[in-house]
Design a protein around this ligand. Structure first.
Ligand code: ACO
Length: 325
C-alpha cells in the first residue's frame, strides 16, 4: 500500500549576506535589538537580476537531481510565491520551461509565508486522485523587493530564497499523513502589501510607487502563536497521532520568540523544533522548505520519523501537515 510523500528536496540561497551590523548603518537599529526580539543574525538578499524564478529553478533542479528524476517525469508544478517576477507569466511556467517538463500542468499559489504547505497540500490532492503521478512544488520569494528599507520594524525581518520538493508515491507507513489549512481573513490588515499609485492616479498625479509591506507586528505575533498551535493539534488529530509522539517540528521561521511561544503553548520541548532563522530571517514561502532541507541534511529528521510541518503567514493563513518521513 502506498501514500503520497516527499521523494526529494532542493533549495537555493542567494550568495549576498546582509548582516545586522550592515543594517545598523541603514536604519536606526542594533544587532542586540534584532537578536533579542527575533533571533535573526543575517539574511540573504537576491541582487538585481537574481529573480524569484531564477531561485525557484535552481531549487527545482536540485530536487529533481536528488530524486533522481527529470522534468519529463513531472506532470504538475505548483509554485508558492507572492513575489513572482511579474503578474504573469507564472513562476511555475518559467520553471516548466527551464526543466523541460513539457507535459506538466503549471500554476502559482499565493499564500505568503504559508505557501509551501498550500502548494504541498494542493499537489497532494492531484496525486491522490490520480490526476498527476509526480509533482514538483516550490516555495520561492524575493521578499526584499517589497520591503520599505526605511521601516526598521519590517526591513530587519525578511530575506530571500527558494525551496523545492518532488512528491509522489511512497510505501506506507511513510507519507503525508494529514493536512490542515486555515484562512483567517478577519485579520487581513495585520500584514499587507500596499501601494499609493491608485490614489495618485485618481488625483491625476501619476507618481509611480513600488508596493511595500506594512505590518502590525504585535497583533500578528499573537495570532501566529495561536493558529500554529491549533494547526499542529488539528493535523495530529486528523492523522490519528499524539502530539507527544512528534519527533521534530519544522515551523515557518518568522521569529524565534514565536517558535518559543508555540512550543510552550503545545507543551512540546523547544529543542524538538528545527530553527535556522539566525542565518536567513523570514524567507516567506521558502522558509519552511529550506528548514526541512537542512533538518534532513543535519539528520535531525531520519527515515521513519514522525514530523510536523507548520506555517503561518499574511492573509492571514495557517496550516500544518503531519508526515512520516
Ligand atoms: N530596531 C530597533 N527598534 C525597533 C525596531 C528595530 N528594528 N523595530 C521596532 N523597534 C522599536 C519600536 O519602534 C518600538 O519603540 P517604542 O517603544 O519607542 O515605540 C519598540 O522597538 C518595540 O516595538 P514592538 O513592535 O513593540 O516590538 P515587539 O517586541 O513586538 O517586536 C516584532 C516586533 C519583532 C516585529 C514582533 O512583533 C514580531 O515578530 N511580530 C510577528 C511578525 C511576523 O511574524 N511577521 C511575519 C509574518 S509571516 C508572512 O506572511 C510574511
Amino acid at each position: 500500500m502506498s501514500n503520497i510523500g516527499i521523494l526529494s528536496l532542493g533549495h537555493y540561497l542567494p550568495h549576498y549576506r546582509l548582516t545586522n551590523a550592515q543594517l545598523e548603518k541603514m536604519v536606526e537599529t542594533s544587532d542586540e535589538w534584532i537578536m533579542t526580539r527575533t533571533g535573526i543574525k543575517e539574511r540573504r538578499v537576491a541582487l538585481t537580476g537574481e529573480k524569484t524564478s531564477n531561485m525557484a529553478i535552481a531549487a527545482a533542479k536540485e530536487a529533481l537531481h536528488n530524486a533522481p528524476l527529470t522534468g519529463a517525469d513531472i506532470d504538475l508544478i505548483v509554485v508558492a510565491t507572492t513575489t513572482g517576477d511579474s503578474a504573469f507569466p507564472s513562476v511555475a511556467c518559467l520553471v516548466q520551461k527551464a526543466i523541460h517538463a513539457k507535459h506538466a500542468a503549471a500554476f502559482d499559489v499565493a499564500a505568503a509565508c504559508s505557501g509551501f504547505l498550500y502548494a504541498l497540500t494542493t499537489a497532494k490532492q492531484f496525486l491522490m486522485t490520480g490526476a498527476a503521478k509526480r509533482a514538483l512544488i516550490i516555495g520561492a520569494d524575493k521578499f526584499t523587493n517589497i520591503l520599505d528599507w526605511n521601516d526598521r520594524s519590517t526591513c530587519v525581518l525578511f530575506g530571500d530564497g527558494a525551496a523545492a520538493a518532488v512528491l509522489g508515491s511512497v510505501r506506507q507507513p511513510r507519507g503525508i499523513l494529514s493536512d490542515y489549512l486555515l484562512g483567517l481573513g478577519d485579520y487581513a490588515e495585520y500584514l499587507c502589501v500596499v501601494a499609493a499609485e491608485r490614489e495618485q492616479f485618481e488625483q491625476k498625479n501619476l507618481l509611480i510607487r513600488s508596493p511595500y509591506v506594512v505590518m502590525q507586528g504585535q497583533e500578528l505575533f499573537k495570532v501566529a502563536v495561536n493558529s500554529m498551535a491549533l494547526a499542529v493539534e488539528t493535523a495530529a488529530k486528523k492523522a490519528g497521532v499524539d502530539v507527544k509522539d512528534i519527533q521534530c517540528v519544522v515551523p515557518h521561521q518568522a521569529n524565534d520568540r514565536i517558535i518559543s511561544a508555540v512550543a510552550k503553548k503545545m507543551g512540546i520541548p523547544k529543542d524538538l523544533f528545527f530553527i535556522n532563522i539566525e542565518k536567513y530571517g523570514n524567507m516567506s514561502a521558502a522558509s519552511i522548505g529550506v528548514a526541512l532541507y537542512e533538518a534532513v541534511e543535519q539528520k535531525r529528521i531520519k527515515r521513519g520519523d514522525l514530523i510536523a510541518l507548520v506555517v503561518f503567514g499574511a492573509g492571514l493563513v495557517a496550516g500544518a501537515n503531519i508526515v512520516r518521513w
